[in-house]
Design a protein around this ligand. Sequence first.
Ligand SMILES: [Zn+2]
Length: 300
Amino acid sequence: MKTGYSMLLGEYINAKSISYTDCKSFQIVCPICREPIFKVERNEPPPTIHYLSHYEASKSFADDCELRVKSISTQDQDKENNVSRGQKLEYFLSVLREEVLKREFGTSQENVEKVRQVINRMMSAPGVQIFRDIFHKHQLSNHEMNKPENLSIIFDEYVKDIEKVGGSFPITGFVIATQKRIATDIWLHLLSAKAMGNFTFLFCCGYLTFSARIEQVQRERSLYQFERDFLVALERLIRVGRQNAENVLHVLGTTPIGPPHAISGSNYIAKVASEICHEVFGILLRLPYFDMLVRLSKAR
Ligand SMILES: [Zn+2]
């Protein structure tokens, strides 16, 4: 058959998009009888044919499944896949903050608690809120950041940086494609008005990660002037009141920066915003969605 059903993802999967190991990792079964199936690739004669096959089944039994799988229309598959994606998204959003804290700052429980407190303080700091509003507005109007096809290109750049996507899962194209797809769903949801809480939380995580990255660089080489300026401004925005924060942001918005550190005609605020965005995308792409789904399926 050409189509399997992933118990883990709750979705119909095309045989062509998966590898041998994906059948086990994603708990891919026959959509009809729910028995395990395996991937077959037949190369002779060309072209290569991808299909899924039962392990042990009498011919008539397998043929029956085959016929019935064929009768499930693409529309029905898409409909069920979309429902399942919606349910997964809802679940991921409900545990997003804890998972991000654990994945990004979980070197120890003390560290998680420390970062949680810092983020709570940041979320109520006027400077962070004003900057977040500027950032949010920019993301909404930036077509590179709010179209799935463009996000896919941006995420591809990250995949190159991230050695292990999907935790203990084997690294296959399907794993990476699925990580990207879930990260895209979450990001697009975060841009909606009702998601401001989670959006702010991730903005703060990206903000902290970017600051930490400059501090890390400082141990290896002396910082450029703009990096020193960024550290000072980012630290001040968390600490000062509204009026001072507006002054800091005004200075950031009117200080130019260009090649080789930024695109021509840019300024400090645009540069900081794009670095924070870079960090947020990395955080979303690194989340262990598969482990999370396995935990969810065990809890059911
Ligand atoms: Zn079957």
